[in-house]
Design a protein around this ligand. Structure first.
Ligand code: ZN
Length: 251
């Protein structure tokens, strides 16, 4: 399966949902054409550069991030999961595709600018994905589980949780496990987009189970023996941990 083609397809589907609200961006124009774009990834890099999505993140976070870190993060979005659906979601976050309350307010001032969960802060992208006091405990709990499962003393940070900038010190199976943890968490948050409801740990656990089933099935169908062993080793830790732990419960 060609995973890179899935991004344009997904962009195209999103445009259908939102195109009435605004003119198409360069990214959308490129990926909504009938014929398959060539060199998809390089186009994505270029458009991200042209549209300065990285600068928007940096301005919002008040930090400078080296270009090489961005390039790595963009590349990582295609490796976070076998599933094209999950790859697309990770890419969309990086490209600021989801519209946060602040964006929606800018488009139409009758939309509330405040966060739809806590209603106490401006609903910026970083707030909705990470800093909201109603979502931060969700990330903290996930990292608590990750530390208990792997022994890796890593704590949540928006660069890791939202922007896929995983420290180089996390390697091999522990790195792959973290990618799944993050992707499942982002999926749960995206599913509650524009909702005041915070995703529960039970939902995250179910997402992990679904992801595991999908990843294992795809590798069994299409992967080499080495890949099959690898994916089983990655998920074995999770299976052992979730079977022996009482941490994974709702709330
Ligand atoms: Zn909030």
């Amino acid at each position: 399966m060609d995973a890179t083609w899935s991004t344009p397809r997904y962009v195209s589907s999103l445009v259908k949902e939102t195109a009435m609200d605004r003119p198409l961006t360069a990214l959308e124009k490129n990926f909504t054409q009938e014929e398959r774009p060539v060199h998809v990834l390089s186009k994505v890099y270029k458009i991200l550069n042209d549209e300065s999505q990285d600068q928007k993140w940096e301005e919002e976070l008040g930090i400078e991030i080296h270009r090489k870190k961005w390039e790595k993060a963009i590349a990582v979005t295609h490796k976070l999961s076998i599933s094209s659906k999950h790859q697309e979601r990770n890419y969309k976050i990086l490209a600021r595709w989801y519209k946060c309350p602040k964006d929606l307010h800018r488009i139409n001032p009758t939309n509330e600018e405040e966060c739809w969960r806590c209603q106490a802060s401006s609903g910026t992208m970083s707030h909705i994905w990470y800093y909201c006091p109603k979502i931060l405990p969700f990330w903290q709990k996930i990292f608590e589980i990750y530390r208990a499962m792997t022994g890796n003393e890593i704590y949540p940070d928006i660069l890791i949780t939202v922007l896929s900038m995983i420290p180089g010190s996390i390697k091999n199976i522990k790195r792959d496990s973290l990618k799944y943890f993050l992707t499942a968490a982002r999926t749960c948050i995206a599913r509650k987009w524009k909702s005041s409801i915070t995703p529960s740990m039970m939902e995250w656990e179910c997402e992990m189970a679904e992801m595991r089933a999908l990843e294992e099935r795809k590798v069994l169908e299409e992967g080499s023996n080495k890949q099959i062993k690898q994916i089983q080793a990655i998920w074995a830790r999770w299976v052992d941990y979730s079977a022996s732990s009482l941490l994974l419960c709702d709330g």
